[in-house]
Design a protein around this ligand. Structure first.
Ligand code: FAD
Ligand code: EPU
Length: 351
C-alpha cells in the first residue's frame, strides 16, 4: 500500500490499492486501485490533475451507506472529509445554513435541533454524509431533504470548475435528483438549507403519531418528533454497526393505479399509497415478505428478519453474493406480482 500526500498544497491523501471494508456499511471486502480522501475543497482541481488519476475512471463516495461493491474498483474513489457548518445571513422567515459535504448527516440534524432550528427532525438517524443527501433526495417519515435545500455546491468533473445548483435545478423526486441521473459528474462539496421559522410538525406518517402518543406527547415540538423517529427507526431497522446493510435495498415501486386495483382483487391486504400521474406506490417490503423471503439466508448474504427490504451481510458475503441474492428477490417479486423492483443503493460493477 502506497500513501501520498501533497506537501506543497495539502488537502488530500491518496492511497493505492486501498481496502474498502471500512468504506461501505454492507461490509464488502473490496479494494480500490486508488482512494483519494480530500480535506480541503480547494485541493480538488490539483488532485484530479495528478498523473496517476488524470485519465483514470472516478467514483464519488461518501460514507458508503448506500452502495454495493460487486467487485474491486479499478479506478480512483474520491471522498470528501471536509467539515464546517456556517449560519448564513437570515432570510427573515427562515434560517439559512451552509454545511460541508464531509459532515455526518445525523450530526448536522442534531446540531440544527440543538440550535432551535426546526424542519429536519424527521430525517434524524439517516446514516451517511451531508454531500450524499441531495444525491437520492434522502427521505423518511413523510419528509424529503429536497424540501429544505436552497443550494447545492459542486465541482464539475467534466468541465473542471466549481458550480452551484438552485433547488429547481436539482430536479428532486422520490429517491431521485439530477445528481443521481448523472453519477460521478458532480462532486457535491456543500449544501445550504433553508429552515422556516414557523414550522408545523409532520406526524402523519404511519406509526409516528402513535409513537408520540405512546411517549405521552400531545403537542410535539421538533425534538419530540426526532425522539419518536429515533425510537421507530431503532426498532425497525438493523444497525449497520451490528450487521452489515445499506438500509432499504429496493425503492418502493410506482405502479399504474389500474394494475394496483387488479392486484388488490387477489391480495386484499396489499398496502398502497396514491402517487402522481395515475400511479400508486407499493410497499416493496410487503411484496418481499409476502413471497416468503423475509429472513432468507444464502451463505452470509441474507434478507433481514427485522425488515424485508433490507439486504444484510451476516459476515463475509462478497458483493457478488449479495447481488445474486438481490436478483433472486427481484425475480421472485416479478414472477408473483408482475412488478419490477429497482435497487435503491448504487450497485457498482454489476453488468
Ligand atoms: P454513499 O453511500 O457513499 O454514496 C451514495 C451515492 O451518493 C453514490 O452514488 C455516490 O456516488 C454518491 N455520492 C456520495 N457522496 C457524494 C458527493 N459528495 N458528491 C457526489 N456524489 C456523492 N436513505 C434514505 O433516503 N432514507 C432513509 O431512511 C435511509 N435509512 C437508511 C438506514 C440505514 C441503516 C442505512 C445503512 C442506510 C439508509 N439510507 C436511507 C441510505 C443512506 O443512508 C443514504 O442514501 C445516504 O445519503 C448515503 O450517504 P453516504 O455518504 O453513505 O453515501
Ligand atoms: N412492511 C412489511 N414487512 C416488513 C417491513 C415493512 O410488510 O418487514 C410493510 C408494512 O406494511 C409497513 C410498510 O411496509 O407499513 C412500510 O414500512 P416502513 O415504514 O418501514 O417503510 P418502507 O417503505 O419499508 C421507507 C423508506 C425508508 C424510510 C422509511 C420511513 C424506501 C425505499 N424506504 O421504507 O428509507 O426510512 O420509509 O420513511 O422508500 C432507505 O432509503 O434506505 C430507507 C431505510
Amino acid at each position: 500500500m502506497t500513501q501520498m500526500s501533497n506537501d506543497a498544497a495539502p488537502g488530500f491523501m491518496l492511497t493505492e490499492n486501498a481496502s474498502l471494508l471500512r468504506h461501505n456499511t454492507l461490509r464488502v471486502d473490496a479494494r480500490a486501485r486508488w482512494l483519494a480522501e480530500i480535506t480541503d475543497v480547494a485541493a480538488i482541481p490539483a488532485l484530479l490533475e495528478q498523473p496517476a488519476l488524470r485519465d483514470t475512471s472516478k467514483l464519488l463516495l461518501g460514507e458508503g451507506s448506500n452502495v454495493l461493491f460487486t467487485g474491486d474498483y479499478d479506478g480512483v474513489i474520491v471522498t470528501l472529509k471536509t467539515r464546517g457548518v456556517e449560519v448564513l445571513p437570515d432570510a427573515g422567515d427562515a434560517a439559512r445554513i451552509r454545511v460541508a459535504a464531509g459532515e455526518h448527516w445525523d450530526d448536522f440534524v442534531r446540531w440544527t435541533l440543538a440550535q432551535g432550528y426546526a424542519g429536519l427532525e424527521n430525517l434524524i438517524l439517516i446514516p451517511g454524509s451531508v454531500g450524499a443527501a441531495p444525491m437520492q433526495n434522502i427521505g423518511a417519515y413523510g419528509v424529503e431533504v429536497g424540501e429544505f435545500i436552497e443550494t447545492v455546491e459542486a465541482f464539475d468533473l467534466r468541465e473542471r470548475r466549481f458550480v452551484a445548483f438552485s433547488n429547481p435545478e436539482c430536479a428532486f423526486g422520490y429517491r431521485d435528483s439530477i445528481f443521481k441521473r448523472h453519477p460521478d459528474r458532480w462532486l457535491i462539496t456543500a449544501i445550504s438549507v433553508r429552515l422556516p421559522r414557523t414550522h408545523m410538525p409532520r406526524t402523519d406518517y404511519a406509526g409516528l403519531a402513535d409513537e408520540l402518543k405512546r411517549m405521552g406527547i400531545d403537542k410535539p415540538a421538533p425534538i419530540h418528533v426526532a425522539d419518536a423517529v429515533v425510537n421507530l427507526r431503532t426498532r425497525k431497522l438493523p444497525d449497520p454497526a451490528v450487521i452489515g446493510n445499506a438500509g432499504s435495498f429496493f425503492k418502493n415501486p410506482l405502479v399504474a393505479t389500474a394494475q394496483v386495483e387488479a392486484l388488490r382483487r387477489e391480495y386484499p391486504q396489499l398496502p398502497s399509497w396514491p402517487a402522481s400521474d395515475g400511479t400508486s406506490k407499493l410497499s416493496a417490503a410487503w411484496l418481499i415478505e409476502t413471497i416468503g423471503f423475509k429472513g432468507l439466508r444464502e451463505g452470509d448474504a441474507g434478507i433481514s428478519n427485522r425488515h424485508a427490504l433490507v439486504l444484510v451481510n451476516h459476515g463475509h458475503a462478497t458483493g457478488a453474493q449479495l447481488w445474486t441474492l438481490a436478483q433472486r428477490v427481484r425475480e421472485g417479486v416479478q414472477t408473483r406480482f408482475g412488478v419490477m423492483l429497482e435497487p435503491e443503493p448504487r450497485v457498482i460493477g454489476a453488468h
